[in-house]
Structure formats: structure tokens, C-alpha cells
Design a protein around this ligand. Structure first.
Ligand SMILES: Cc1cc2nc3c(=O)[nH]c(=O)nc-3n(C[C@H](O)[C@H](O)[C@H](O)COP(=O)(O)O)c2cc1C
Length: 155
């Protein structure tokens, strides 16, 4: 069973937030949505520019204490066939040494995004338990089915 779980995600238009809520319902765990730095209407391009310049995009909560958690679900959207810049920046800022991690990515044209995210998380010293992919068009029932199948495989 997965215990002491945290679901940490970035969502721009709400789909990853919906998936995170369903994951919490199925697996349990606290949910934290990361905020991004104050950037205006051209958020998408600002994110990409910031990442290129190695500037932070994500603001992690000040009181985020990963020591409390054994398992961390990390997720966000696919942008231009890569993990969204905010998701990449979030992973960069986390100390995942010794953590068990469940990844979730939402999109439909994946490119190499899944492998890229896996590599980023592995480099941070985490053990990947599972990698869930959802389509933004998936219904809540379809997402729940995917989560349940992954949970079964992890047992
Ligand atoms: C800037 C941008 C680029 C995107 N690029 C892709 C892409 O390459 N492949 C894909 O499958 N979806 C792409 N999408 C769609 C999102 O991955 C999809 O809508 C996702 O569900 C959004 O999650 P969110 O609602 O939590 O932000 C893109 C969306 C945006 C805003």
C-alpha cells in the first residue's frame, strides 16, 4: 500500500488538477498545486523563455516538507512534446533522494516527454514506482480506471 503520499503538480488549464484529485481519492495523500512566478498574459512563452535562461518558474510552498512523505506523485502537462517548463523546473527544485515517485503526464502527442521526465526524476535520486499517462480528453471514469490499474501493478 502507498502511505504518506504527496501529490505535487502543475496545472495550467485544470486537467492535471482533475487528475490529481482523482489520484488522491484512489491512493490517498495531500495535494499541492505549485504556483508559478508572476508572469502575465504571455505566460506560456514566458515559461519557455525563463527555462531557457535557467530562471526559476515555480514557487514551491515555503512550508513544503518532503521528509514527511514516503511517496510523491509528480505530474503536469505535456507542452510541445516535452514536460511543461514548470514541471521541469519543479523537479529541478525538489530533493528526491531516496523517495518513491509516481509520475503522471497529461497530453496526447507525447514525443519523448515521458522518457525526459523519467530521466529528470531518476537523476534526482528517486525510485520510480509507476508512470501514468492520461489524455486531457479522458473522462473521470477513464482516469480512475488507469489509476486503479497502476495501483494493482504496484502491489
Ligand atoms: C503551450 C502548450 C503546448 C502544448 N503542447 C502539447 C503537446 O506537445 N502534446 C500534447 O499532447 N499536448 C500538448 N498540449 C496540451 C496539454 O498537454 C493538455 O491540454 C493538458 O491536459 C493540459 O493540462 P492542464 O490542463 O493541467 O494544464 C499543450 C498545451 C499548451 C498550453
Amino acid at each position: 500500500m502507498i502511505q504518506n503520499n504527496l501529490i505535487l503538480f502543475f496545472s495550467f488549464t485544470g486537467t492535471c488538477k482533475r487528475a490529481a484529485a482523482l489520484m488522491s481519492h484512489e491512493i490517498g495523500g495531500d495535494i499541492i498545486s505549485v504556483k508559478t512566478k508572476g508572469i502575465g498574459p504571455f505566460k506560456i512563452f514566458s515559461h519557455i523563455r525563463r527555462l531557457k535562461k535557467d530562471k526559476p518558474i515555480v514557487i514551491l510552498p515555503e512550508d513544503l516538507d518532503l521528509k514527511k512523505y514516503d511517496t510523491i506523485c509528480i505530474g503536469g502537462p505535456v507542452w510541445y512534446e516535452k514536460p511543461a517548463p514548470a514541471l521541469e523546473d519543479m523537479v529541478k527544485q525538489l530533493d528526491l533522494k531516496g523517495k518513491k515517485v509516481i509520475l503522471f503526464l497529461i497530453g496526447s502527442e507525447w514525443g519523448a516527454s515521458i522518457l525526459m521526465l523519467k530521466e529528470m526524476v531518476k537523476k534526482k535520486g528517486a525510485k520510480i514506482l509507476s508512470m501514468m499517462t492520461f489524455k486531457s480528453s479522458d473522462s473521470n471514469n477513464a482516469m480512475t480506471e488507469i489509476i486503479r490499474n497502476h495501483v494493482k501493478m504496484m502491489q
